[in-house]
Design a protein around this ligand. Sequence first.
Ligand code: NAD
Length: 488
Amino acid sequence: MKMFIQGESVDAEGAATFSVTNPATGEVVDSVPKGGREDAKKAIDAASNAFRIWSEKPLIERSRVLLKAAEIVRSEVENLATTLTLEQGKPLGEARSEINSFANTCEYYAGLIGRERGAQTPFSTGEGFFIVTKRPLGVVGAILPWNFPVSLMGWKVAPGLAAGNTFVVKPASTTPLTDIRVASLLVKAGLPPGAVNVVTGPGGVVGDELLESRKIAKIAFTGETATGKRIMEGSAKSIKRLTLELGGSDPMIVCDDADLELAVEGAAWGRFRNAGQSCTSVKRLFLFENIADVFIRRFVEKVKTIRVGNGLERSTHMGPIHTSEQREKVETMVEEAKGRGAKELVRGGRPPNQELSRGNFHTPTVLGDVDYEAQIAREECFGPALPIFIVRDLEEAIERANDTLYGLGSSVWTRNVERAYHAAERIEAGTTWVNSPPIARAEVPFGGFKQSGFGRELGIEGLDHYFETKSIQVLEYGKGKKWAFPIN
Ligand code: NAD
């Protein structure tokens, strides 16, 4: 597959390409051009030119294009989902829902952009009034991770395009294929060529060009906290606007009055969906001591029913880990925790069956008696392993939950609304779900506290991050005072 610049499929300036492999089989799915700085520059120029056209389009037209894009993407869901499963590894059902969520985000912002309102407000001193308007920023560099390559592209391009911006997208090197296809469908829906470009290539090269170019107004980044710090440094040179959606280590707190059946289901889904590779997934489980035994017994039974396999097979619940390096990181964290005394409540690892041996599979792991200083408790574990901690009460749970550098998601499970609200107010995280595993919704702002990043995606707030605020101050005729020195 080629890159997508100025509405066309193109090769890189250099002839080099790199392979995209299937994490379930190790087989090559396709190859893409290894783009460099020159390619990124071309895409930035294409996006700058398209900005002049797109930002002038009436809102109704931008809205129509987004609605059409959603319709086309939905009509291609099977093909797109299959490509996504092949390159990313997730089960086909999850891939379908990711494609549909892209369409959903487009529809949400197509509706929202038509409801933008401004206001004219008198000066407090009475000699005139001011108007606050919103302008698109210009060209946005969207740098994407591999865990939800399509929906996270939607979180950026849908509000950004609705607001009148244009884009250069840099997908993760291991998941470029579906993003390229979706970008081409946006142009098919009526987006001017050049308004969304996709440049494939190394983060340190294509990404650096995006960070350094003065033609890029904003970087919308999703990825690891460590990479986010580099992006922040790189953007400082030209004071770019930034949205950073970074890592997380979400706590899930189960109180003793929770619906345990629901909580067991929620914990299993919340941790092992996408093979545990979600920014907001259950990464630390806190159980009240008086329900811990019952919960653990039921949870262990539940986790043992999760079927690991190739995402293309209907019977698969959980696909492979995306890369072998990522699998090694999970294995290292589990071993380190065991070295500190953790017990394997569910022993996971590389599955013994021959047919899965070529992929990066790792069956679910559940650990008990985990030291709070273990890596798996202190860092982000981006894979199918879950540490369980037992706490006396809600106060201890909240204190432990907040003892992390991260602050992305969290959940509290209780039938008591006061408890739920108290916990939600005190947990330092961008979102607290009550009696629900983490599920992002187009209308709800999403983002992090602390080192999980800043800025918000989705919701009305997500749209605001694609505007510059402009104030116009008007002095009413005859009401102004005279300006003369000296000033008294
Ligand atoms: P990553 O940080 O390794 O890579 C993300 C992107 O940055 C890739 O496209 C990569 O090529 C690019 N990149 C790498 N170095 C760069 C550089 N120096 N300059 C510019 N770009 C560079 O992240 P990943 O492994 O792809 O994704 C997993 C991480 O993303 C996890 O930490 C996860 O929690 C986080 N995540 C956060 C959210 C959120 O909304 N907060 C959502 C999904 C994933």
